[in-house]
Design a protein around this ligand. Structure first.
Ligand code: NDP
Length: 458
């Protein structure tokens, strides 16, 4: 063989590990390099530790609800240090699992930084290694906004180092990360100020969901400063003084800057070998995830397409099957369900009302209700919203959206139906599971309104 390996994967996150492991299972000779931690963002400083913290925050609400259900309880406090220890132990366990998976599949593992030397060569751990194909799976990292004092703010990675709960937390940005952390820290007991630049949080999601989320955050006591920009951060004693573009000032013990992430390409050597990037700084790939250098591929967040772990693993798997499994295929970026672990959480799949209505007439079916549990608990801010966007012509359900408890769990199943092209009538003839919130999705009989009629007439 003219090369040391059939495949060299740079980056041991969700995309890279799956691609390396499956390629090796197909019989390829594979090496993979990771400079920081196996499992990447998701396992170490993302989905996994975040979800454990979301779970911790949920207990706070349940303790508050319990007396209404007959329990005598006392909420004595929350210890972030104890949660951190349990969470970090679980993350360490998963790191080990990832390492074992790679070794078990027969991959050569480099715990070192790898950089590109030429289209078939990488520099790793002080030596040069060649491969027929190279996969870039180096992920992304949070970006600090360019404002005076930005260095005083935490990025999302830093949140996982906190040993003590900030009494007052200011969060900048209303994407997934800002909202999830804002909600979970509020649930753990912090006072939270959320600063974002549009009227509604969570741009890109269905507007009814965004409106309902804004309302739910307000009812719970999360202070929203919107539409506002961050002007500067200054040190104020042990804390930080946050100044907004209208001159308003917020005192906080900690500030989380959650204004987006960018591909992690610095120093990788893309320029040197001719791997081109998009205007947004992501690696440019074709539909098969091949870069502008034919022997080099890119998968996961470094391509900045749909920055979700399950998408990264799906793409990594498809690439491995294509290159080494005699099964050329592409993972579909359509109808990908997603969840935002706010409080209450959001689950969504398919098109928003606005996007669907821009293409033609749609029927909207929506309901808002208080889940049965909270008829008893009387907890504020628990109202759920469920919504279906249905094509008038084909009756296909184009989008399903939910804000409410268990929305992420519910939406996984709805996602199958939407991806299969289920019609509203398919939903209607499905018998509900009673009593659940999920049954509302199959009992939405009355059309709430129609939309997009003008677009269709034009
Ligand atoms: P997002 O791009 O989702 O959100 C960034 C937020 O910062 C938006 O509110 C954006 O506003 C705002 N913003 C951007 N630039 C500025 C600026 N200069 N000044 C003020 N505000 C600004 O990024 P996140 O970092 O929250 O998340 C990154 C990605 O990670 C997500 O898109 C998602 O794909 C993934 N993720 C998924 C999770 C999940 O599946 N549950 C959890 C966490 C992350 P505007 O909307 O106006 O642009």
């Amino acid at each position: 063989m003219p090369y040391d390996y059939d495949l060299f994967v740079i980056g041991g996150g969700s995309a890279g590990v799956r691609c390396a492991r499956v390629s090796a299972t197909h019989g390829a000779k594979v090496a993979i390099a990771e400079e920081r931690f196996w499992g990447g963002t998701c396992v170490n400083v993302g989905c996994v530790p975040k979800k454990i913290m979301v779970n911790a925050a949920e207990y706070g609400g349940w303790i508050d609800d319990a007396p209404a259900f007959g329990w005598t309880v006392r909420k004595l406090g929350f210890d972030l240090g104890r949660l951190k220890a349990a969470r970090d132990a679980e993350v360490a366990r998963l790191n080990g699992v990832y390492g074992k998976l790679l070794g078990g599949a027969g991959c050569t593992v480099f715990e070192a930084r790898a950089t590109l030397v030429d289209p078939h060569t990488v520099q790793v751990g002080g030596r040069r290694v060649t491969a027929e194909r190279i996969v870039l799976a180096v992920g992304g990292k949070s970006v600090r906004p360019e404002i005076p004092g930005a260095e005083l703010g935490m990025l999302s990675d830093d949140v996982f180092d906190l040993e003590v709960l900030p009494r007052r937390l200011a969060v900048v940005g209303s994407g997934y990360i800002g909202l999830e952390f804002g909600c979970l820290f509020h649930g753990l007991g912090s006072e939270v100020d959320l600063i974002y630049r549009n009227e509604l949080p969570l741009r890109g999601f269905d507007n009814d969901i965004r409106t309902a989320l804004k309302e739910a955050l307000a009812v719970q006591g999360i202070r929203q400063h919107a539409p506002r920009q961050l002007a500067r951060l200054d040190r104020a004693g042990d804390g930080v003084l946050v100044t907004l573009d209208d001159g308003a000032r917020i005192e906080a013990d900690a500030v989380l800057l959650a204004t987006g992430r960018a591909p992690n390409l610095h120093g990788l050597g893309c320029d040197a070998i001719g791997v081109e990037c998009t205007a947004m700084g992501a690696v440019e790939v074709d539909e098969d995830h091949r870069t502008t250098v034919p022997s080099v591929y890119a998968i996961g967040d470094v391509t900045d397409k749909l920055n979700l772990t399950p998408m990264a693993t799906a793409v990594g798997h498809a690439l491995a099957d294509t290159l080494f499994g005699k099964n050329p295929r592409r993972a579909s970026y359509r109808d990908v369900p997603t969840a935002v672990f706010t409080n209450p959480p959001i689950g969504t799949v398919g098109m928003t009302e606005a996007d669907a209505a821009a293409l033609g007439p749609v029927d909207i079916y929506a309901t808002r209700f208080t889940p049965m549990r909270h008829g008893i608990s009387r907890r504020e801010g628990r109202k759920a919203l469920m919504k279906l966007v249905v094509c008038q012509r084909t009756r296909r359900v184009l989008g399903a959206h939910m804000l409410g408890e268990d929305a992420p769990e519910i939406m996984q199943g709805i996602g199958i139906a939407v991806a299969m092209g289920a019609t509203k009538e398919d939903f209607d003839r499905t018998v509900g599971i009673h009593p659940t919130a999920a049954e509302e999705f199959v009992t939405l009989r009355t059309r709430t309104r129609e939309a997009g009629v003008r677009a269709a007439a034009e």
